[in-house]
Write a new protein. Structure first.
Length: 313
């Protein structure tokens, strides 16, 4: 297959292109930068075909996709700075990328008769209660600008196309860019006491594992809505932070040991830094994956161990 991948300068796009190459597919990457701008790790994505593209420009998107003629598009590009999205002067830009940009991709797929995969988020829901969200649930109540614009993207894909996958993910970490793990490791070096929220519940998602599943999906015709995170149960950010430091300490990085670093659980209200309202319940029901014959992602602790070895050794 020839697969057009947007957002290859980000965490997920990087791993998706590498997985496609590994499977013998032909990926064409794109992002808004003039050339590939992600981590220079020598992997396949760094030398794969690349097209500069502003997804908010509908004519440019249609022209690029019509020239490439892909069998499928995996749309990873998004505005993901959740707090920044709340700023009044950023909202139009966020919507242009997440909603209008996604509709432009969907229209290009429609015009070129190719399947589409859209990467979305649990933020399309209100994050209340304690029941895991079903992928086919339509009780949308996003709490913030990011969630609202990602939902607009979902609705655009579903209204324009028949052959689509909408995959919601949460708590993502990968090699490119920043994420919770990198932040914890950085601040853990310079502080002996950290506060981390313990009333937001979900499961981490390692982009390396997710990329494998996404390519499994795009190779199939089992279209629809899905949820995908690593396995291993539901945890809080506090639980995640403790396991990050436990594993890092066990690897020999003594600065993260319990004898030097104390982690204090706090409520979201006590933490009180975020501009954007955050969902308390990010539990995602992933049973549809197995029911449709897809292999679930590995346990998040195993994923964390592999990731730490990748970035710390």
């Amino acid at each position: 297959m020839k697969v057009f991948v947007t957002g290859v300068g980000g965490q997920l796009g990087h791993d998706v292109v590498n997985e496609l190459v590994k499977r013998g597919h032909t990926p064409v990457g794109s992002d808004i930068a003039e050339s590939y701008s992600g981590i220079s790790d020598g992997s396949a994505v760094t030398s794969a075909p690349y097209v500069q593209l502003d997804i908010t420009d509908g004519e440019a998107v249609l022209k690029a996709v019509s020239q490439i003629k892909p069998d499928a598009i995996i749309h990873c590009a998004a505005w993901t700075a959740v707090d920044l999205a709340e700023d009044e002067d950023k909202r139009d830009k966020v919507r242009a990328v997440n909603a209008i940009g996604t509709k432009n991709i969907a229209l290009a797929c429609k015009a070129n008769d190719c399947k589409m995969m859209y990467i979305s988020t649990d933020y399309v829901f209100d994050g209340q209660g304690s029941e895991p969200w079903d992928p086919d649930c339509k009780d949308y109540k996003p709490l913030n600008v990011y969630g609202s614009t990602k939902l607009e993207g979902e609705l655009a894909v579903a209204s324009e196309l028949d052959r689509y996958f909408i995959v919601r993910i949460a708590w993502v970490f990968g090699l490119n860019g920043n994420n919770f793990i990198k932040t914890m490791l950085k601040v853990g070096k310079t502080h002996d006491r950290l506060t981390v929220v313990n009333d937001q519940i979900g499961t981490p998602t390692y982009t390396l594992d997710l990329a494998r599943l996404l390519v499994d999906m795009i190779e199939s015709d089992k279209y629809g809505y899905y949820h995908a995170t690593n396995e291993g149960g539901y945890i809080s950010w506090y639980d995640f932070a403790r396991e990050i430091f436990r594993q890092a300490s066990a690897m020999g990085y003594r600065e993260y040991g319990e004898d030097r670093l104390t982690i204090i659980p706090v409520t979201t209200a006590e933490y009180g830094i975020s501009k954007a309202a955050r969902p308390f319940n990010s539990r995602l029901d992933k049973s549809k994956l197995v029911n449709c014959g897809f292999k679930p992602l590995p346990d998040w602790k195993d994923a964390l161990a592999r990731y730490l070895k990748e970035i710390m050794q």
